[in-house]
Design a binder for this molecule. Structure first.
Ligand code: SF4
Ligand code: SF4
Length: 372
């Protein structure tokens, strides 16, 4: 296992962080359950392999994630483990509500002090509305020794993330980043340059990039699996201290710790070559659709760019199973069917596409490939 400093004044932590949002469940279909015996085995395996950073949230597994971590930590006698949890501060609740959540987290985790408390999924609107109150809450908790540092997780635009960093108020941040969606690369480096601890969520695309298809493995010759391509890409990115991976099985822990245990993740030459290969893949994607969205909205609810993205993932990256699952989700949206199957061939989108994509034919192709 390699270790890196989590922020300018932070501790050295393992480059692989245990993301505790996908613990083994007691009921397969119910995320609000945890199989504590299996969860303990998975977390324990990670700690035994040198993982020293755990990331969770007040509500992961409806609160049982913090409890599962606590069951392991209370018996753990090895190296110091750093715990980061998040609070749903977007909820319009009084400060006392969040103070209670901190106290509950301390009890469940079995620690005297939470190392990092994050404002979960912060965006600019929320920050303007509730940022000051979050600082009051975290100042209160820091004064009492209940938390050590505050931070945020976010899916906001890079310019807004930069504004959060520039407040100088945060010690850590968690952003979504992976080889398929590297938009936040500059934000990661910027945050690290300003002294924040930088952690990456979704390094394996929430599991999407785990498939070790030949097309995926060709991105990084020599890589033995999809997670290896994904984790080495993230860990070779300037500024990244920790890649958070949600692990559900001992096999996943073993694979991820094998990768994190490498001496080097990528040489500059390998990184350059992987970038070129990714550009080629992107060009192939754009032959079908540039995802500009000008054809939207479709009067019949079809999410045209999303359908083409899935078609591209299946066709050029071999991520067929993943694309089929996502296609099924598009079909079952609460707002109605957003998949290619909802296309009535009315043709209203055709003149709006600047790239003259034969939208109707391509949607038929998408439906045939993914909707079968
Ligand atoms: S042709 Fe299909 S995708 Fe295009 S606007 Fe009509 S229903 Fe929507
Ligand atoms: S307008 Fe054309 S290129 Fe843009 S999202 Fe729609 S189909 Fe794709």
């Amino acid at each position: 296992m390699q270790y890196r400093r989590y922020g300018k004044d932070g501790p050295e932590v393992s480059v692989l962080g245990f993301g505790a949002m996908r613990l083994p469940q007691r009921k397969e279909s119910d995320w609000g359950t945890v199989n504590f015996t299996r969860a303990t085995a998975v977390i324990r395996r990670a700690l035994d392999a040198g993982v020293s950073f755990i990331d969770t949230h007040h509500n992961y597994h409806r609160g049982l994630s913090e409890e599962a971590i606590g069951r392991v930590l209370k018996r753990w006698k090895g190296r110091r483990i750093y715990v980061q949890t998040k609070t749903p501060f977007y909820r319009e609740e009084p400060l006392d509500y969040f103070k209670k959540l901190i106290e509950q987290a301390l009890t469940k985790l079995g620690v005297d002090c939470i190392d990092y408390l994050l404002f979960h999924s912060m965006n600019m609107g929320m920050f303007k509305k509730r940022g000051r109150a979050f600082f009051r809450l975290t100042d209160w908790a820091m004064k009492r020794g209940l938390i050590r540092h505050r931070g945020f997780s976010s899916h906001d635009k890079p310019e807004n993330v930069k504004a959060f960093i520039d407040t100088g108020e945060f010690s850590a941040m968690v952003l979504s980043y992976n080889w398929f969606n590297p938009t936040m690369a500059k934000s990661l480096a910027y945050g690290a340059g300003k002294g924040l601890g930088v952690a990456v969520m979704n390094p394996i695309g929430g599991g999407a990039l785990a498939a070790g298809t030949p097309q995926v493995r060709r991105l990084l010759p020599g890589a033995r699996s999809g997670p290896e391509v994904a984790l080495r890409f993230v860990l070779a990115t300037p500024g990244v201290a920790v890649a958070l991976s949600g692990m559900s099985t001992v096999a996943q822990v073993d694979e991820n710790t094998r990768i994190a245990g490498r001496k080097s993740y990528m040489t500059p030459r390998q990184r350059g070559l992987m970038r070129q290969r990714l550009k080629r893949v992107k060009r192939k994607f754009q032959q079908v659709c540039t995802s500009c969205g000008y054809c939207m909205p479709c009067p019949h609810g079809v999410d045209i760019p999303q359908n083409f993205l899935l078609l591209n993932q299946a066709r050029y990256l071999g991520l067929l199973e993943w694309a089929r699952t996502r296609f099924g989700q598009l079909r079952k949206r609460r707002s109605g069917d957003r998949s290619a199957l909802a296309c009535t061939k009315c043709g209203k989108c055709l003149p709006k596409c600047p790239n003259d994509v034969p939208i109707i034919e391509q949607l038929e192709l998408t439906a045939a490939l993914l909707g079968a």
